[in-house]
Write a protein of this length. Structure first.
Length: 173
């Protein structure tokens, strides 16, 4: 092996051990986590679907997974459930589970307690339609975007759409 090739091989080997373990790669790792978590629902909710978006919410260089669940078990008149998962070893850890969420789900430029703020649409279920600001409180995001500590955005705030209202998702089971 040539010296340059040997050096590159050593660097690749040594740096690989220094990196933190990553969860199973791609959407399949998130899907495996979801299938394990919701295995009891498999027989009764065969139409379950999910949409995944990834964004580094906490600035650690590893993207979190935002998972929008679509089915009769995870949706109601006010919207559907949104999970926010963070890498944890070779799997995922739930940071938040929000109910009555509607797309678009947006990533904002602002942050709270080191985690990026999110905006989701709130509509139906008796709520007046609006966009809600979701801020991290040091442990989680608000579970219900129609109630405090979530609050309605009174003006347009720039942000990147992570999950749009046209996303139909993939089968969960």
């Amino acid at each position: 092996m040539r010296p340059a090739g040997l050096l590159l091989a050593c660097l690749a080997c040594c740096s690989a051990g220094a990196l933190p373990a990553q969860p199973a790669s791609g959407d399949d790792g998130v899907r495996a986590y979801l299938q394990e978590r919701f295995h009891a629902d498999r027989a009764e909710d065969r139409d379950a679907r999910y949409v995944i978006a990834r964004a580094d919410l906490n600035g650690d260089g590893r993207p979190e997974a935002l998972v929008y669940l679509l089915s009769s078990a995870y949706c109601g008149t006010g919207g559907c459930n949104l999970l926010i998962l963070t890498p944890a070893g070779r799997s995922w850890r739930k940071v938040a589970e929000l109910t009555i969420v509607n797309p678009p789900i947006r990533l904002l430029g602002s942050a709270s307690h080191g985690w990026r703020d999110l905006a989701v649409r709130v509509a139906g279920g008796g709520s007046r339609a609006h966009e809600a600001l979701l801020t991290f409180n040091g442990r989680s995001y608000p579970a219900n975007p129609s109630m405090p500590p979530a609050r309605a955005l009174r003006r347009a705030v720039p942000g990147r759409v992570l999950i749009s209202d046209g996303d139909r998702g993939r089968p969960l089971f």
